[in-house]
Ligand binder design. Structure first.
Ligand SMILES: Cc1cc2nc3c(=O)[nH]c(=O)nc-3n(C[C@H](O)[C@H](O)[C@H](O)COP(=O)(O)OP(=O)(O)OC[C@H]3O[C@@H](n4cnc5c(N)ncnc54)[C@H](O)[C@@H]3O)c2cc1C
Length: 382
């Protein structure tokens, strides 16, 4: 077993951090404005190769490497970046959408969408959640009616990351409501198609620079060649998509946990109360010890899960354990960091308060913590 970074991984980590510090941080809005998504920053990230990992070289993919390299790059991005929303959005496209297209899209679909995603010219979203179907995703009501011209999609999706700036969306709809999961089908919908309406950005608690919106489809005609996989394969595609998403989506937040710990330790060494640095009080130092343990666990789960997926093995259990543990641990560490910073964490735009708002999203998206526990328990045969 080898626990060190190899030369290539170390280089990816260093180059990504340097890129973020020199090319991204100076251009970030503070605080981020969800109304003003900066597409040129997105493009710069793509040019740096951040949307290229695992993508075939033939599409001018700039960075080679596996899912493991990708999570390391995202972790490094999260460590260096002054904003959690941008790396979250990059992971959403680079892992969830692109890897799903690569696994399930036809050659023509891949040719139409992936080169633009890799170059940063196209932005994608994934739309599963509906007003009456959240955790119970098999009960979605968006209907796809088959006609001679293609499918007419009608219904509403909400809480869709990147929807307000997306060019296309992987939409899950049912071709047969009575068939439950066996009716669910995946479609690639260009969001400028007549009948498609995007509402947003909608206000939310955190991850400010990753805009979120609603998508309404009203008899929106989608050609048959825009169906991803066969009719009824949508639930299986969604499961595989979620496995990759759970593996990668929190990678940048592991980097953030590292930076948060360093900044918190620094503060505890310098802030004096009762004539001594507060880090000298055991109640305070133990919180940072817990933060350090959470960081180590997060990193090990992240690398192991990505490595397992790179071997072509199922990582259903690992990706759910990772999602549950890292999201809850980032939240716990963010709250600990707030406690250590005292009242200053609660006023203005303090990083620990912002981390807590961002971390709360993590215990909800890509399946809530309760749903991850359900999956883990079911894999125990319960
Ligand atoms: C930041 C963010 C980004 C998101 N991005 C996207 C996106 O890009 N695309 C998309 O489609 N969706 C997205 N979502 C939506 C997200 O996937 C849903 O919020 C999530 O699946 C939960 O659904 P719900 O909100 O309807 O909650 P509900 O399903 O109504 O759950 C409410 C509560 O009940 C619990 N619960 C429900 N069922 C069970 C059960 N069987 N066992 C135990 N507890 C249960 C839940 O854990 C939760 O505590 C995003 C959400 C957030 C916060």
């Amino acid at each position: 077993m080898e626990f060190g970074y190899n030369e290539a991984q170390q280089k990816v980590r260093e180059l990504t951090a340097e890129f973020v510090q020199t090319k991204i941080n100076p251009r970030l809005q503070s605080p981020p404005d969800p109304e003003k998504f900066d597409r040129s920053l997105w493009k710069a990230c793509a040019e740096q190769g951040l949307l290229s990992y695992g993508m075939p070289e033939s599409w001018n993919s700039k960075a080679q490497g596996s899912l493991l390299t990708m999570v390391m790059a995202l972790e490094s991005f999260g460590y260096a970046c002054d904003d959690n929303g941008l790396p979250f959005a990059l992971a959403s496209q680079g892992c969830t959408i692109q890897h799903s297209l690569l696994a399930h899209g036809s050659q023509a679909q891949q040719d139409d969408f992936l080169p633009g995603c890799i170059s940063g010219d196209l932005i994608g979203a994934t739309a599963m959640t509906e007003p009456d179907a959240g955790s119970d995703s098999n009960s979605i009501g968006m209907f796809a009616e088959k006609t001679d011209q293609g499918y007419l999609l009608s219904g509403e999706k909400l809480m869709i990351t990147l929807a307000p700036v997306a060019d296309f969306c992987i939409v899950f709809a049912t071709v047969n409501k009575k068939a439950g999961r066996w009716g669910i089908t995946a479609f690639l919908v260009e969001l400028d198609t007549p009948g498609a309406e995007v509402i947003g950005p909608v206000p939310k608690l955190g991850l400010d620079s990753a805009p979120m919106g609603r998508i309404k489809l009203d008899a929106c005609l989608v050609a048959e060649n825009r169906r991803m996989g066969p009719e009824g394969a949508g639930a299986a595609i969604a499961h595989q998509l979620l496995e990759v998403e759970r593996t990668c989506i929190l990678a940048s937040q592991v980097g953030r946990m590292h930076r948060q710990l360093e900044d918190t330790v620094d503060y505890a060494k310098n802030r004096k109360q009762f004539g001594q640095p507060i880090g000298g009080f055991q109640a305070v130092s133990h919180r940072m010890a817990d933060m350090r343990v959470r960081l180590e666990n997060a990193r090990l789960l992240l690398y192991k899960t990505a490595w397992k997926m790179d071997q072509g093995e199922s990582a259903r259990l690992e990706s759910s354990m990772l999602k549950l543990a890292i999201s809850e641990d980032f939240l716990a560490s963010s709250i600990d960091s707030m406690r250590i910073h005292g009242g200053y964490s609660y006023i203005e735009d303090h990083f620990s308060g912002r981390d807590t708002r961002d971390a709360l999203g993590g215990v909800l998206y890509a399946g809530t913590s309760d749903i991850q526990r359900n999956i883990i328990a079911s894999l125990l045969g319960l």
